[in-house]
Design a binder for this molecule. Sequence first.
Ligand code: 5CA
Length: 441
Amino acid sequence: MRLSCFFMPVLKEVPAGAEIVSHQLMLRTGMIRQSAAGIYSWLPLGLRVMQKIEAIIRQEQNRAGAIELLMPTLQQADIWRESGRYEDYGQEMLRITDRNERDLLYGPTNEELITQIFRDCVKSYKDCPRILYHIQWKFRDEIRPRFGVMRGREFLMKDAYSFDLDEQAARKSYQKMFVSYLRTFERLGLKAIPMKAETGPIGGDLSHEFIILADTGESAVYCDKALIDKKAPPADLDYESDLSAVMQEWTSHYAATEDMHDENRFQEEVSQADQVSARGIEVGHIFYFGEKYSKPMKCEVQGADGQLITLHGGSYGIGVSRLLGAIIEASHDEDGIIWPKSVAPFDVGLINLKPGNEETDHVSTKFYSALHEAGLDCLLDDTKERPGGKFKTMDLIGLPTQVIIGPKGLKNGIVEIKDRKTGERQELEIGQALAALTGMT
Ligand code: 5CA
């Protein structure tokens, strides 16, 4: 992409009303624009990051055996009346009446709709277990939408739902999602810590929030330092094998949000030196809820003996749009965003310091096509902006690698490569630079 043809409305000033750094940076870099309170348009730079995040989530869901479908944003109120949640949901639910006076709603989550689909389509125990997921917009009319995409009213969620014949089988589905979340967040460049969460009326030990540590997080969290540097299981993990040991390894250390925190246990179980008290952002939340929806909605299959079995369910959410804010909170400096390589909107930023100069134009185009050929996404700054402004913008948008191409260096056949994260600069001869960059993937 040539910056001169792109749509990236960078703001010079920190926008008023944006309290936290991720919100400020997303507005300043032209990733999002607010359309109404808690509702945003995703401009090209923001959308590119979101699509990269979605791709990683999708790969890891599929790897764990979950199957993608797509449910609509609008749902009929009747299925929510069946589960008993229509009234309970209160004012957070956006209710809509169509021209035939039918009650609809903009889905805040999809337990009811997926349960209806599964109930209507699946009749035999042979078609269980299944985990189905989609990536779809949700609406929750939050009283206080704030912090940009962190607490929006309209937001993108990955939500998965499992259907199993009994609790033991449901526990396995839960474990698959738990492990797939560890891998997903690690690939997104985040250290997400699973913390035991409120299970509500169902009870049991199966609900975890995945929390990343950041000063601007909405809740206080407490955990054992040992969890912070733990590595997620490898890609070739067999999801059909017994995952209890991995679960055990991750859940045996103390980790709790303020709602679940027990100060005495924290003091007893974690040595003073390993106690981490911090603030956290919830990027994922998984639940096992048994027959909570399948019982009232009669989601049943016929067992081998002909008896009807009420299915056991779980749901597994990731805040996709929230993740953009969370990643920025975890990875920025005073000059701007520092994207992890896996989600950067472009892999490389090429800075042509003197567009119109034959040599710099020629070499910039050469890099642009060679990098593209090697499968790297490039943003080429070919605008007439002053060099100082170009450096600032490139640092602000946080692409992992910059290549600076100027007439002075080119006299000696040299370009400069800068690593955005470390700030390290290298002067390299053109051929060496190309080799270093293309060997980078
Ligand atoms: N039905 C379940 C699981 S699919 C559910 O809705 N869980 S949730 O309420 O915890 O939401 C899942 C994830 O969506 C949260 O972990 C959070 O990362 C994200 N999320 C929730 N509310 C918002 C919001 N208002 N703005 C942005 N992201 C949100």
